[in-house]
Ligand binder design. Sequence first.
Ligand code: ATP
Ligand code: SF4
Ligand code: MG
Length: 329
Amino acid sequence: KTPVLEIKNFHVDYGLGDEAVQAVRDVTLTLHRGEVLGLAGESGSGKSTLAYGVTRLLPPPGVISGGAVVYHPPSGDPYDVMALTDAELRKFRWAETSIVFQGAMNSLNPVHKVSTQMLDVIKAHEPDLSAPARTARAQEMLKLVGISADRMDAYPHQLSGGMRQRVMIGMALVLEPQVVIMDEPTTALDVVMQRQILAQLVELRERLGFSVLFITHDLSLLVEFSDRIAIMYGGRIVEEARSADLYRDSLHPYSEGLLRSFPALRGERRELSGIPGSPPDLRGMPTGCSFHPRCPQAFDRCSVDIPVLEVARNAPDRSVACWLPGRTA
Ligand code: ATP
Ligand code: SF4
Ligand code: MG
């Protein structure tokens, strides 16, 4: 397994000084070449903040307050995305790593045809490509994401939500980036559509060979489609494992609660109701393990010391942040 994007000790705050709240805390996470990595966690756990932070698209008052994001290009030396200049960053986005935002389907420009918008992306990054070659590339990509030739000259409002989302995926892939980050909205797309989109992404991944960081509330989708899953709580990664391992035997009580919140792999969707209580407030984070007020297995140490993400005992390819005996080496 070779890394393509290594997030290291990453921190994001909202606000400055005394006003600052920490939304992403010491996140270390590696995306490997060709894999689909799922990121799950309740609303407010910091998933989007992490995604926008690593691509440096974080809107104010978001501030990256520490860490590195090392990108490994297909050829040449790895580099830290945090150290790129604005000009380098513009090249990096779309061409090396692209992101499909939560609600991206509404970010298409309503006054331009979808084909025009895709051509603009190609033009901005590959100005030397001839106009016919650009058109061919755009058509090919739209076809790949299931937009037929007769819809190419449609305006965004003439397409369904699912089709617009597919157009956004096509734009994200058209420059053949190594990494695609997808931040799926909970409500805007129903779960059937999310499922189709993820299935399609996985299929395209086989053909084009990119890696995916897929963010969703729907853990059942991730169990089914992703290679590995990272679980986020209160701004931290609390567990990370191969999907099958996590599903069979989660090590963190929060993951266990999340898994219990959905009935079956293909069952009907339910809210994350398996865990009583609500996610922590960033302004008053619990001491120690931030999950301790809700954790059915909490004991003395949990409210005092913060557990760090460590390699699990007897399982070198998974990690967990929990003080329960026997969890880590
Ligand atoms: P969802 O599943 O609802 O999309 P999320 O896991 O993506 O949630 P984030 O949107 O990253 O969560 O938010 C993480 C935390 O940061 C939340 O507590 C949120 O209230 C806070 N936050 C997000 N944006 C801002 C902002 N602009 N100013 C202050 N706090 C913010
Ligand atoms: Fe529960 Fe303690 Fe583990 Fe936190 S560290 S998940 S409170 S047992
Ligand atoms: Mg989000």
